[in-house]
Design a protein around this ligand. Sequence first.
Ligand SMILES: [Zn+2]
Length: 84
Amino acid sequence: MERGRGADVRTLAEQQTWARAEYRRLDEFRHAVVRDTRTVPIGLACDECGKELSRNRPLYQMDSSPPQAFVECQACGWKGTMIL
Ligand SMILES: [Zn+2]
């Protein structure tokens, strides 16, 4: 039977194998986001006191448009968000 397949076209099975691997990779990344509870300096100064701001859970970003992240100042306690 003629398959009618071009040389550069994947089969559905090939695409599904890729899609499953990609889903596993994204799922592992989502778990890594949850597990990573570090607080890291971000190289920007606090508008209130001038000390360096930090991000808690540095891989996390809000599901917003544009994407944002929570930031905080450990010196004065200011908390807010930043556009990434
Ligand atoms: Zn501050």
